[in-house]
Design a protein around this ligand. Structure first.
Ligand code: UTP
Length: 290
C-alpha cells in the first residue's frame, strides 16, 4: 500500500494543485521510485490511498497508448524507453482517504482490501536508496515471517540533533535487526532512547487495523500509525526494526530542504545530465575544478 493522500502543506505553493508525490526527483516523480522499489522485490498488487487533487498519480501509472503511438511513429526510441515502467506487471488499485486525518487513518482505509494478510506500507513521498535499488522491504518481509512479528519497521540512523523530527525506536539490542521495546514520537535529543528514526517502510499484520480503530487522534489532531503500533506492542505483539544499510539512505521529500537535496543528488547521479550539472554547480559556486 502506498499512502499518497497527505496535503503536503510544507511544500506549498508547489503542492497547491499537484501532489507532492508527483514532484520530480531527477527525471522521475517520487512515487515512481517507490513503485519500482516494490516491484523489484516481487510485489505485484499496489493499493494507493489517494485524496483530492491526486488524479495525476493514477494517470501516471496508466498506459498512454496515444503517446506511445506518437513516439513510435516519430522514432523517439529513447523516450519510449522512459515509458517502459507503464508495462510493469503490477495491478494498481485506488481508494480515497476522504479526510486528511493522518497516516494511521490512511492505512485504516485499506482494511477491507487487505483482509487477513500481512501487508507493506511504503510512504509515497520517500525514496530509499539512490535509484530505489533497496531490497529493505524484502529483508523486512523475511523478518516478519521468521520472527512471527506483528510489525516490522525500517529505521535509519539520524544525527542526534534531528531526532525531534522523527518517530524514534527504543531498541532491545544494537544489531542490524532488533526487537523494538517502544517507539517515541519526536523526542527531544535529551530524551531520545536512540537515534534510529522510522524510515517510511512498514510490514504490518492485519492486527494493526484493530489497534487503529481504537487509536485516538494524537499530534495535530491526526491518527498516528506510530501510536497504533505502540498499542500492538503493549498488547504483546512483537515488533522488529531493520536498519537501512549504507547506500540505502532515505530521501524524504516532505520539506524543501530535503527535496532540493534529493533532487540535486539524483540529478548529479544521472549518467546523461549529471556531468554537465556538476560543471554548472561548480561554476555557480565558484569552486575551481578538482
Ligand atoms: P506527511 O507526514 O509528510 O504528511 O505524510 P503530509 O500531510 O503529506 O505533509 P505536510 O505535513 O502537510 O507537509 C507522509 C506520507 O503519508 C501520506 C502522505 O501523502 C505522504 O506520502 N499521508 C499523510 C496520507 O496518505 N494521509 C494523511 O492523512 C497524511
Amino acid at each position: 500500500m502506498i499512502p499518497v493522500a497527505g496535503l503536503g502543506t510544507r511544500l506549498l505553493p508547489a503542492t497547491k494543485s499537484q501532489p507532492k508525490e508527483m514532484l520530480p526527483v531527477g527525471r522521475k516523480p517520487v512515487v515512481q521510485y517507490v513503485v519500482e522499489e516494490l516491484t523489484r522485490v516481487g510485489i505485484t498488487r499496489v493499493l494507493f490511498i489517494t485524496g483530492p487533487g491526486k488524479a495525476s498519480i493514477e494517470n501516471h501509472f496508466d498506459l498512454n497508448a496515444e503517446l506511445i503511438q506518437t513516439l513510435r511513429e516519430s522514432g523517439k526510441e529513447e523516450l519510449l524507453a522512459a515509458l517502459e515502467y507503464e508495462r510493469a506487471t503490477v495491478q494498481y488499485f485506488y481508494t480515497r482517504q476522504r479526510q486528511s486525518l493522518g497516516l494511521g487513518h490512511a492505512v485504516a482505509c485499506a482494511r477491507s482490501f487487505v483482509g487477513h494478510q500481512p501487508f507493506v506500507v511504503a510512504l509515497g513521498d520517500s525514496i530509499i536508496g539512490m535509484h530505489a535499488e533497496s531490497d529493505v522491504v524484502q529483508r523486512m518481509t523475511r523478518c516478519y515471517h521468521e520472527r512471527e512479528a506483528a510489525a516490522v519497521i525500517a529505521f535509519e540512523e539520524v544525527p542526534h540533533d534531528e531526532v525531534s523530527q522523527y518517530g524514534i525506536a527504543r531498541p532491545k539490542t544494537d544489531e542490524e535487526l532488533f526487537e523494538i521495546v517502544d517507539l517515541v514520537e519526536k523526542p527531544s535529543p535529551r530524551e531520545a532512547p536512540s537515534n534510529l528514526a522510522i524510515a517510511a517502510r512498514y510490514v504490518l499484520s492485519p492486527v494493526i487495523f484493530k489497534a487503529l480503530a481504537q487509536t485516538r487522534r494524537g499530534k495535530g489532531g491526526e491518527i498516528q500509525l506510530t501510536d497504533a503500533i505502540r498499542a500492538v506492542i503493549r498488547n504483546g505483539g512483537r515488533a522488529y526494526g531493520v536498519r537501512l544499510r549504507p547506500g540505502e539512505r532515505r530521501y524524504d521529500i516532505g520539506n524543501f530542504d530535503a527535496y532540493f537535496e534529493a533532487f540535486v543528488a539524483f540529478a548529479l547521479a544521472d549518467p546523461k545530465f549529471g556531468p554537465a550539472l556538476r560543471r554548472h554547480l561548480l561554476e555557480a559556486l565558484d569552486v575551481s575544478h578538482p
